[in-house]
Design a protein around this ligand. Structure first.
Ligand SMILES: NC(=O)c1ccc[n+]([C@@H]2O[C@H](COP(=O)([O-])OP(=O)(O)OC[C@H]3O[C@@H](n4cnc5c(N)ncnc54)[C@H](O)[C@@H]3O)[C@@H](O)[C@H]2O)c1
Length: 364
């Protein structure tokens, strides 16, 4: 039995990772450490906790005594650090929380792993480590800054974070790399593009747009909606992390992306037209709409589900124009490629929200 510490496992990507790993490996146990901030939701992993192979601990990754005690109790072989403050807009309002969680919290986890995993010293004075360990940091393409119309982020692209969120994630990455260099700690880092999929908190673009359409509310789009992101279905990200923690080279960074660049405005329009089509072809889903207007025959109308719902709002401060990942390294070295096209992924995501409205309502 291998035991994993998954921090932030009640959040969007962390919870998807917990589900994916439990389904993929019958011989592992997972301990989820999560503070259950506004973004964490225990209901998301309710069924996983019933599996008998997953335990939950409510707590802060920055709590030294707690994290040390968990290492002592469970003897983790893997740490996968998802826990973070993750929303750029919130980082603009309150940067300090991002430093505390994303930088100090990560450094605390690194220290706890070092304390638990070091066995002695080699002749040159470097720590020696138990076998078969991995500390994995889940990072973001935002550490590279912003691109113009051309080019891609590669692992060699200089770090150039521009928001308090991305500055905090970059700092955390640098600490992880520093522990690899200074102590020869067995670490890896993945830097991934924008994720979407089930259990995504509806403050981020895609779940917010779906939620607002179903509620008949305006769809806020920053600036002119021309910002470009490279979208990846969350399960593909989970598979990439699984690949890197088991086969990635120690001390290395791997970029993870979907080969799927889209402007925000196109995402919004596609989401509107897809929901309209589903409502037209499968009228039973109209019951999910919170805005209910009826035609002369008593049917719930859907003609208002169109682009007129879009409302352009003042652009985000320092809004990065374009992110695009070159995932060539993880593909060439480890054989990972994204499996879900955007067309398939957005359809799965929309159906998930249509079928899981209770999950969204419970967040309120
Ligand atoms: N969402 C994306 O598109 C994306 C892309 C690339 C990388 N990432 C990174 O992936 C990770 C997960 O992102 P997400 O979208 O799932 O975030 P999320 O906001 O949905 O979840 C974060 C989780 O961390 C928990 N948490 C926050 N502070 C904590 C603390 N101090 N101690 C313990 N738990 C704490 C929250 O309760 C929540 O469950 C983050 O590190 C993020 O930077 C996200």
């Amino acid at each position: 039995m291998k035991t994993y510490l998954v921090t932030g496992g009640a959040g969007f990507i962390g919870a998807n990772f917990v589900k994916y790993m439990l389904a993929t490996y019958p011989d592992i146990e997972i301990v989820v450490l999560d503070l259950l901030t506004y973004a964490g939701n225990l209901k998301t992993i309710e069924n996983d906790l019933k599996s008998g192979r997953c335990e939950f601990v409510k707590g802060n990754i920055g709590d030294r005594a707690l994290v040390n005690s968990l290492f002592d109790k469970y003897g983790f072989q893997y740490v996968v650090n998802f826990a973070a403050e993750s929303h750029v807009d919130r980082s603009i309002d309150d940067p300090q929380l991002f430093l505390i969680t994303n930088i100090l919290g990560t450094q605390n986890l690194l220290d706890a792993a070092r304390r638990a995993w070091v066995t002695g010293k080699d002749e040159a004075g470097y720590p020696t480590w138990k076998e078969g360990l991995r500390f994995h940091q889940v990072s973001t393409d935002e550490v590279y800054g912003s691109l113009g119309a051309e080019g891609y982020f590669r692992e060699t692209t200089p770090l150039d974070p521009r928001s308090p969120y991305s500055a905090s994630k970059t700092s955390a990455d640098l600490f992880v790399k520093a522990y690899a260099e200074t102590y020869k700690m067995p670490v890896t880092i993945t830097r991934c593009s924008n994720n979407y999929g089930p259990y995504h908190f509806p403050e981020k673009l895609i779940p917010l747009i779906i939620k607002n359409i179903l509620e008949g509310k305006p769809l806020p789009v920053y600036g002119k909606g021309t910002n470009v992101r490279d979208w990846l279905y969350v399960e593909d990200h989970c598979k990439a992390i699984d690949t890197v923690i088991h086969r990635g080279r120690e001390g290395e960074v791997y970029n993870v992306g979907g080969h799927n660049e889209m402007q925000n405005i196109d995402i919004v329009k596609l989401t509107i037209s897809t929901i309209h089509r589903i409502m037209k072809e499968e009228p039973r889903y109209r019951e999910v709409l919170k805005r209910k207007e009826y035609d002369a025959d008593g049917n719930i109308r859907i003609d208002w589900i169109n682009d007129s719902l879009i409302t352009f709002v003042q652009d985000r401060l320092g809004h990065d124009q374009r992110y695009a990942i070159d995932p060539g390294k993880i593909t060439a070295e480890l054989g990972w490629t994204p499996e879900t096209t955007f067309k398939e992924g957005i359809l799965k995501t929309i159906y998930w929200y249509l079928n899981n409205q209770q999950w969204v309502e419970d967040l309120a």
